[in-house]
Design a protein around this ligand. Structure first.
Ligand code: PLP
Length: 397
């Protein structure tokens, strides 16, 4: 089928929930993807921070092939070797002690919200249930996670929303202090806001949040679904800040392209979950866990974090120089290879022109060009992307 045929069939049979670009991708290798007509694109979206090892990484493909011939699924009624090994790897490379596996970022955040509420009720009583999140945040599309998400555009039309969420401006410690009340049980933040426009937390802010949480007996939850697993140049974004959360959530890059999410917690928090409290049929099944184990071993063993940091610095420098070239570039932000260029104009035309020229990028929050290339990208590929980007931006002068 060609792009047009796939699109036409999709319009007839698939729910219209995405503003899709007019082509279908059918193949990927490293930082490159191909559409249904054989056109090649440099991928600076990576499935929105999923394909961090690039497309079809051989270690991930091999693990999936091998596991697919052995056992695809069995249920969490039984122990699963690859899941246990994955949990060990995640715990050994984070401040957490235990892992729970699920299938997506939203599901990981649902688990975090339930765990925080149960912990607070057990330790402080039934009146402690409220979670403070940031305006401009993004935590997922289930009812609880659109409510945790501090942006009304995701909530409109789906009311009544679950109770127990309050929002404060990001990077404003005073506002958070003012918002704390008798019902507050936790604070949930992205160390780097992704969908909200690539906004890293200020180090002093996160340190202040941690101090407040300790003083008031609140749990600190970091949503690392987008910022985690090497995207910022460290395994987890919080490691740039030296501020440890009690609970953290992961998904996106975890499975190297295979769907899997995780919610990690320190022992004193994790232990309030007992058999029957939380579950997920597919969570951490043999196939997903094998893919994720291979992806995470590759990430940690093959210099991927170091590359993300070094290439991220190089790319950010080059993007910063666009401020001198284009008067509509307002700010360049980000850590490692989650980079954003805020414009004073809308970004969608630039995204469309980049696509025409063979570069996939994305625009978030209307006017922030977001760059999420695979973490295995090299300088040459960054230079190729910059050439296309500069050409596309030049037409917006
Ligand atoms: N949390 C953050 C920070 C995200 O960026 C996303 C997705 O973009 C989610 C949660 C939701 O993840 P999923 O789409 O896998 O449910």
């Amino acid at each position: 089928m060609n792009n047009q045929e796939i699109m036409a069939m999709g319009q007839q049979y698939v729910m219209n929930t995405y503003g899709r670009l007019p082509m279908a991708l059918v193949k990927g290798k490293g930082a490159w993807v191909w559409d249904a007509e054989g056109r090649q694109y440099l991928d600076f979206v990576s499935g929105i921070a999923v394909n961090s090892l690039g497309h079809t990484h051989p270690r991930v493909v091999e693990a999936i092939n091998k596991q697919a011939q052995t056992l695809l699924h069995c249920s969490n009624l039984y122990w699963i070797e690859s899941q246990v090994k994955l949990a060990k790897l995640l715990v050994e490379n984070s401040c957490a002690d235990k892992a729970f596996f699920c299938n997506s970022g939203a599901e990981a955040n649902e688990g975090a919200i339930k765990l925080a509420r149960k912990y607070a009720k057990q330790h402080y009583g039934p009146e402690k249930y409220e979670i403070i999140t940031a305006t401009n945040s993004f935590h997922g599309r289930t009812l609880a996670t659109i409510t945790a998400t501090g942006q009304t555009k995701y909530q409109k039309g789906f009311e009544p929303l679950p109770q127990g969420f309050t929002y404060v401006p990001f990077n404003d410690l005073n506002a958070l202090e003012q918002a704390l009340g008798p019902h507050t049980c936790a604070v949930m933040l992205e160390p780097v806001q992704g969908e909200g426009g690539v906004i890293p937390a200020d180090p002093s802010y996160l340190m202040g949040v941690k101090r407040l949480c300790e003083e008031k007996g609140l749990l600190l939850i970091f949503d690392e679904v987008q910022s985690g697993l090497g995207r910022t140049g460290k395994f987890l974004a919080y490691q740039h800040y030296g501020v440890e959360p009690d609970i953290m959530t992961l998904a996106k890059a975890l499975g190297g392209g295979f769907p899997i999410g995780a919610m990690l917690a320190k022992d004193h928090v994790a232990k309030v979950f007992q058999p029957g409290d939380h579950a997920s049929t597919f969570g951490g099944n043999p196939l997903a866990s094998s893919a994720a184990l291979a992806a995470m071993e590759t990430l940690l063993q093959e210099g991927v974090l170091e590359n993300a940091q070094a290439i991220g610095d190089y790319f950010k420098d080059k993007l910063s120089s666009l401020k001198n070239k284009f008067s509509y570039v307002k700010e360049v932000r980000g850590l490692g290879l989650i980079l954003g260029v805020e414009l004073t104009i809308e970004g969608k035309d630039i995204v469309a022109r980049c696509l025409e020229q063979g570069l996939l990028i994305n625009c978030t929050n209307v006017n922030v060009l977001r760059f999420l290339p695979p973490l295995i990208i090299n300088r040459d590929e960054v230079d190729q992307a910059l050439d296309i980007l500069i050409g596309a931006m030049g037409t917006s002068l």
